[in-house]
Design a protein around this ligand. Structure first.
Ligand SMILES: *Cc1c(COP(=O)(O)O)cnc(C)c1O
Length: 386
């Protein structure tokens, strides 16, 4: 008897293969390269944060399903954080949702707030999950390109205005921005806010790098006039506390929006990991000096990498925030990047994968690595024949 294998039918993600991060991390391993590809720190978060998770497990806090919206302690801690840092007021009962990292919050927001055929505007280069989530929702993506201008990456307000159509439903914003390291200014944010108010759009604002800012100041979109009612603010603990493997994130919004996000989230994962929620509830009460020390330490790493790259003759802008520096290697950057592990023993990410446009001259390096690792990578890059 002949058996057949059923043909796969779901085409929504046909254009998406294995993520570039898995591919390049495997290449790093196979070639013994220094991995400046994926953005995770090579040092753990502070001992007291790690200990809080151990204590939660030992004392039986969160070992069974926590509430679907997240434990009350963490929802209160997130609300207090938004109030203390930005003067934003969210009701921890109705306006804060705990998610499995910012990644789940982004997915649930896009799935919950768009219909098939709606358009979502985002800036390119973009975080890779944005394109996949928009596709999963059956929505259409429209991109506005960020370009180097005056020493940082920014957008042309006219291009953003021109991207809005009668089908636009949502603007997916990310500031501080991965991969360019740009922190949008108040006037840049005001352009986005004005369009959102004028065309009755929702803004989903991914702010996971809110505390990793070296130059400039992070301004949450929800603090702009009229925007608290039409913004879903998303962040997570992974970057701020150097625990990217814990996957504790959150979304804050008025109930009319947040209820839609929650409706999706409950069927994606139902709940996120309990003990880690307890640990992050205490971590968020850290004094301002803790947050400042994280940025100060990372700034040393940024300077090590960017000063080193510039000294070697690479063209790079000094990022204002985040884990990443983008290098302009000229046309053919993807090929250059794929050959780099063999040629130099260093892995980076070809930024082409973050673009819809045919832009292939940039490479993203992560600097959230120990200074001696960065120095070693620079030494290796210095041996490249020019
Ligand atoms: C790392 C990252 C995320 C994912 O955050 P998690 O909390 O790990 O899910 C989302 N957006 C951007 C821009 C990121 O760089």
């Amino acid at each position: 008897m002949q058996t057949s294998i059923p043909a796969a039918r779901a085409g929504r993600l046909d254009a998406f293969g294995t993520t570039i991060f898995a591919e390049m991390s495997a290449l790093a391993l196979a070639t013994g390269s220094i991995n400046l590809g994926q953005g995770f720190p090579d040092t753990d978060g502070p001992a007291w944060v790690l200990e809080a998770a151990v204590q939660a497990i030992r004392s039986g806090r969160g070992n069974q399903y926590p509430p679907g919206v997240g434990i009350p302690e963490l929802r209160r801690a997130v609300a207090a954080h938004q109030q203390d840092w930005y003067g934003l007021v969210f009701d921890p009962e109705a306006e804060v949702l705990i998610t499995v990292g910012a990644t789940e919050a982004i997915a649930a927001a896009i799935l919950g707030l768009t219909n098939p055929g709606d358009e979502v505007i985002t800036f390119e280069p973009y975080y890779d999950s944005y394109a996949a989530c928009i596709a999963l929702a059956g929505a259409d993506r429209r991109v506005v390109t960020l370009r180097p201008d005056g020493g940082r990456w920014t957008f042309d307000p006219d291009e953003l205005r021109a991207a809005v159509t009668s089908r636009t439903r949502l603007i997916l914003l990310n500031s501080p921005h991965n991969p360019t390291g740009t922190v949008l200014t108040e006037s840049e944010l005001a352009v986005v806010a004005e369009l959102a108010r004028e065309h009755d759009l929702i803004v989903v604002s991914d702010e996971v790098y809110e505390h990793l800012v070296f130059d400039g100041r992070h301004i949450p979109m929800a603090t702009l006039p009229g925007m608290a009612d039409r913004t879903v603010t998303i962040s997570s603990a992974g970057k701020t506390f150097s625990v990217t493997g814990w996957k504790v994130g959150w979304a804050c919004a008025r109930p009319a929006l947040l209820n839609r996000v929650r409706a999706v989230k409950q069927f994606l994962t139902y709940v996120g990991s309990g003990p880690f929620q307890h640990a992050i509830a205490s971590a968020l009460t850290a004094p301002a000096e803790y947050y400042q020390s994280v940025a100060a330490q990372l700034q040393v790493q940024r300077d090590t990498l960017t000063d080193g790259l510039i000294a070697l003759g690479f063209t790079t802008l000094v990022p204002q925030a985040t884990y990443f520096a983008t290098v302009d290697v000229g046309p053919g950057a993807e090929r250059w990047c794929r050959a780099l592990p063999e040629r130099a023993g260093v892995v980076a990410i070809p930024s082409r994968v973050f673009y819809d446009s045919d832009i292939d001259r940039y490479v993203r390096f992560a600097f959230c690595k120990q200074v001696d690792v960065l120095t070693d990578a620079l030494r290796r890059l210095g041996k490249l024949p020019s």
